[in-house]
Design a protein around this ligand. Structure first.
Ligand SMILES: O=C(O)CCC(=O)C(=O)O
Ligand SMILES: [Fe+2]
Length: 655
């Protein structure tokens, strides 16, 4: 229905947003709100107007501020004074009342520069709440969402607070102790393993307290070194509401791809520490044990949740205002995704509300709490779930996490993955049904893995519109019309303008929308056919930025060619080529299931052909045009003479 289509279009529009959308249109993401949060736009404006942090507003009471500092020591007995030491930044502000504003990007410097000099007791008396709030405000700004650790090579971000140089030592209030007791009681009532859906298992409280502390310390140490925590963002300026550090390979949110070095500072991501890999293996083993028992030995747990050996990990630190937009993790290699190798996610510190579901609609998502020590695993049939973090519950971390590890208020999350699947076990290629193409009139046909034909997908009105637009843009039987600034009319490479007239026509919006609709329809088709959700692997989503338009009446020579004149990244991601066929029918050659035997299909007016992933590099050709086969209504309604109009869309750049 028209309504259903509109809904799908809306979903599609959202799905083209970046993985961790920081835009205002993605409600869960972007602590700063809009696409270009004012607080992250320029360092100088940041300094002049430090943003009031949601965690440490100056109006908060001294008590709650102290709690927020998270630097308690387990050795403090309840008889000790509540505040025994103050953070060094505070001491400094006592010595010299007028402080030059500190760079918000360098929390570490603040710690290093100042030494405690006065007796602590007298200091405690002297510290007014005003001073404490000022100092904590500047600290919290460095952990806030909009300011520090930008990708301009800022000082690394320390996920822990207070170290040998001075710490806030707090006694735990009755309230906190009771909360801790309640938590322990709750945990003892909760099932230790929860099977959330096929391929998705939650191991509650799996990581032991000491192991959690070790993991936090590993991340802290790596995080302040080269390739450590920074605040990632997009080229146009929007920032994610979290700090990130990548291990093994760098994941770049802007291009949605992995690489060996980080773009902005050329840092090489550190390797995953061996000790952490062990916890991942233990977690997978535990979930297998659970699946085995559950299936009474009858099922093969590896089929539901394949074993994986992590070589990449994304470590996220969320302050209490951090979040992460609804997204899928699909930037790993196709072999890894197709095999369903799981993502193994560790949660530490404050509790997150985690959303997940089959469709990109967070209203329809299921919600779970991820608490410190929880391990969530999603692979197999759940590898492509949409998921995100909607909120972090302040002060929900167990006391020993904050005491022993000194983790800042917030949450640390590690997601381990295996980039590439290289095992000797058969990588199940995207399941492919050979019988589909027999019926040449089925509305959607799966011609080969990664290749889909949508019969008569373009409606009569759309076809007329496309004809007219192409006519106005100057298509004729002699020249190829290039849209989207890239043109290869006379050379093998694409230039930014048409060499023959210097024009740079863009792709009309209606064309882009039709391409989007066609890809979306193919995804739905592939998902329905297979009952699994890795259609995105078989046909990676693409947004066309270039299009060649040809109008031909005859094909003088049959040239089998590959369509590879796009950037290397676009080709490496195997982003699909989408072509529209209008007017007279064409006979089209392409490799059959056996690559060496050509198959033929008839492409009729309104057909859309898509080939990507495993079919991205097929050699193909139009072998003939069948005169007078164009629908009469099309000939009547357009000025063009009979012939074949072909529009081929590609995504030249992959960003
Ligand atoms: O923080 C989380 O629990 C999720 C992280 C995530 O989805 C990711 O890094 O891709
Ligand atoms: Fe994710």
């Amino acid at each position: 229905t028209a309504n259903g289509k509109a809904v799908r279009r809306k979903a599609k529009r959202q799905s083209r947003a970046p993985r961790f959308s920081a835009s205002a249109t993605a409600p869960m993401a972007g602590g700063g709100g809009g696409r270009k949060p004012a607080t992250s736009s320029s360092p100088s404006s940041r300094r002049q107007k430090p943003r009031a942090s949601r965690e440490f507003g100056p109006e908060r009471s001294l008590e709650s501020q102290k709690e927020g500092l998270c630097s308690s020591s387990p050795s403090v007995s309840s008889t000790e004074s509540t505040l025994q030491m103050v953070i060094p930044g505070l001491l400094k502000s006592l010595d010299s009342p007028v402080q030059p504003p500190k760079s918000l990007d360098s929390p570490l410097q603040t710690v290093k520069q100042v030494q405690p000099r006065k007796s602590l007791d007298s200091l405690v008396q002297m510290v007014g709440s005003m001073q404490l709030s000022k100092s904590t405000e500047s600290k919290s700004a460095s952990s806030g969402s909009g300011a520090a650790g930008s990708d301009l090579g800022a000082a690394p971000f320390d996920i822990c607070m207070g170290n040998s140089k001075g710490t806030v030592i707090l006694k735990h209030g009755l309230l906190e102790i009771n909360r801790e007791k309640r938590r322990a009681k709750e945990l003892s009532d909760i099932a230790p393993v929860q099977h959330l859906r096929p391929g998705m298992v939650l191991l509650k409280n799996f990581l032991k307290p000491d192991d959690q502390v070790k993991i936090i310390k590993h991340c802290r140490d790596l995080g302040v070194g080269p390739g450590g925590f920074y605040q990632p963002g997009y080229r146009e300026g929007a920032k994610l509401s979290l700090r990130m550090m990548c291990l093994g390979k760098n994941w770049d949110p802007d291009s949605g791809s992995y690489g060996d070095i980080r773009r902005f500072d050329a840092a090489q991501p550190p390797k995953i520490p061996e000790e952490l890999t062990k916890y991942v293996k233990d977690a997978i083993a535990a979930s297998h044990e659970f699946l085995k028992q559950r299936g009474k030995g009858a099922t093969n747990p590896d089929a539901e949740l394949p074993v994986m050996s992590p070589d990449i990990c994304i470590v996220n630190f969320y302050t209490t205002s951090g979040k992460l937009g609804f997204h899928q993790d699909n930037n790993e290699q196709r072999s890894s995704l197709a095999r369903g190798l799981p993502v193994v996610s560790f949660s530490l510190g404050d509790t997150a509300e985690f959303l997940y579901g089959d469709v990109r609609d967070d209203d329809k998502a299921s919600k779970i709490k991820l608490e410190s020590g929880d391990v969530l695993i999603f692979g197999g049939q759940s590898r492509h779930i949409f998921h995100g973090v909607s909120s972090i519950a302040p002060k929900s971390a167990p006391l020993w996490v904050t005491d022993k590890a000194n983790l800042r208020p917030g949450r640390l999350n590690l997601t381990f993955r295996q980039y590439n699947y290289k095992g000797s076990v058969n990588v199940t290629p995207a399941p492919f049904d050979t019988c589909v193409c027999d019926n040449n009139t089925a509305p959607l046909q799966h011609l080969r893995p990664g290749m889909v034909l949508l019969k008569k997908f373009l409606k009569a009105n759309d076809q007329v519109e496309i004809f007219k637009l192409c006519h106005n843009l100057g298509v004729n039987a002699r020249e190829c019309l290039c849209l989207g600034k890239k043109c290869n009319q006379y050379s093998n490479s694409y230039g930014d303008m048409r060499p023959f007239d210097g024009a740079q026509p863009d792709i009309p919006e209606i064309f882009k929308k039709l391409v989007e609709d066609a890809i979306e329809a193919s995804h739905e088709f592939l998902e329905q056919r297979r009952g699994t959700s890795n259609a995105l692997v078989e046909l990676p989503p693409m947004s066309p930025d270039m299009c060649t338009v040809r109008f031909d009446t005859i094909i003088p020579t049959i040239v089998l060619r590959q369509d590879t004149d796009v950037t290397e990244t676009s080709l490496a991601r195997e982003l699909p080529v989408v072509s529209f066929w209008l007017g007279d029918s064409a006979e089209f050659l392409y490799p059959g299931i056996r690559d060496d035997v050509a198959s033929k299909i008839d492409l009729e007016s309104g057909d859309v052909l898509i080939f990507g992933s495993q079919s991205r590099r097929i050699s193909h050709a139009v072998s003939s045009i069948k005169p007078r086969t164009a629908p009469m209504w099309l000939v009547d309604k357009t000025d063009l003479q009979a012939g074949l109009l072909n529009l081929t869309f590609r995504q030249y750049y992959h960003v």
